[in-house]
Design a protein around this ligand. Structure first.
Ligand SMILES: C[S@@+](CC[C@H](N)C(=O)[O-])C[C@H]1O[C@@H](n2cnc3c(N)ncnc32)[C@H](O)[C@@H]1O
Length: 300
């Protein structure tokens, strides 16, 4: 059973009422969508968006039968990117919209089942695209074709990796022998590039490189910026936006966007500091450890 991150906090800040309509920008395995549908009946709807066609099809094939038929009738699921939010709302003639949720990044399915190279704990081809039709650049192409400076910039910008230069150098050196095609090929190179003292640290040496590649492949920061602008645009007055992020790069974008919205009197920030998961939740779901939730209300 899939456990959505910070479910109670999402419901508290979205505050769904009977017959209101919501958008879940990141459907994943549908955990948050289900929680909203349980609150906005009998006539409220959820428009859910999922970028990954495989996850979308998985749900269409009723593998996610945890949402019962009564709730399903009020769900519209589309396979697209939330960066196209305005267009998706228009195409589906969806509204008025009382709340919008974004639960960023990949889902546990991507790590455990997708086989697309999101995890350094299994040997898989280095792909990392949520939607192969929308993105042509794979992680493998980045690793095997970017210059040292380009690789270094990706690792620094999207992974905040302090050993970006060392890793980039080692990638260039090793790919001369043979292409780096799989997750474990890459882990081996990262391992060789890292100083010995760092390897016994708390986080796996490959963590930041994998995060950086995923963000670059899926253009996640650009998508987030577009998604936030469009979310404010389509929302009703007094509607809410709730965003859960998993690393500081995203959290900074969200914080600044909300702050700017408040300065020009469009948004009211509901979370002065980011809300984090309870100790209890982190114990049951370690992924919640790095989650930060921020929320705003549209006031115009
Ligand atoms: C953290 S998971 C969401 C989990 C979900 N809240 C649940 O309860 O199952 C994020 C999901 O968003 C999807 N995603 C990532 N970027 C997206 C985008 N730009 N547009 C739509 N979906 C996206 C990913 O494929 C992933 O399934």
């Amino acid at each position: 059973m899939h456990i959505p991150v910070m479910k109670n906090e999402v419901i508290e800040y979205l505050s769904p009422k009977a017959n209101e309509n919501f958008i879940d920008c990141t459907f994943g395995q549908g955990g948050h969508t289900k929680a909203i549908l349980e609150k906005n009946g009998p006539n409220g709807k959820v428009l859910a968006i999922e970028a990954d066609p495989e996850l979308y099809k998985k749900f269409q094939n009723q593998e996610s039968s945890f949402i019962n038929n009564q709730l399903l009738e009020r769900l519209v699921l589309v396979n697209d990117s939330y960066s196209n939010l305005r267009e998706i709302v228009k195409e589906n003639n969806f509204g008025p919209i009382h709340g919008i949720l974004m639960d960023l990044g990949m889902s546990s399915w991507h790590l455990k089942e997708s086989g697309k190279g999101f995890t350094f704990q299994k040997d898989e081809p280095l792909d990392m695209r949520y939607n192969p039709e929308a993105n042509s650049l794979t992680a493998c192409e980045i690793i095997n074709s970017f210059s040292e400076d380009e690789l270094c910039a990706v690792l620094k910008e999207y992974g905040e990796e302090r050993f970006a230069r060392e890793i980039a150098k080692k990638i260039i050196e090793k790919r001369k022998d043979k292409p780096i095609r799989t997750t474990l090929d890459l882990v081996e190179v990262i391992w060789l590039a890292m100083p010995r003292w760092y390897k016994s640290g708390k986080i796996h040496p490959a963590t930041k490189t994998f995060q950086a590649l995923r963000i670059k492949v899926n253009e996640e920061i650009q998508g987030l910026k577009q998604g936030l602008i469009k979310a404010v645009d389509v929302l009703e007055k007094h509607g809410r936006i709730v965003v859960i992020s998993f690393h500081s790069l995203e959290d900074r974008e969200i914080k600044q966007f909300f702050k700017r919205g408040a300065q020009i009197n469009i948004l009211e920030v509901l979370t002065k500091k980011p809300i984090i998961a309870s100790e209890e939740e982190v114990k049951n779901n370690p992924r919640a450890r790095s989650a930060k939730l921020r929320a705003v209300k549209k006031i115009v």
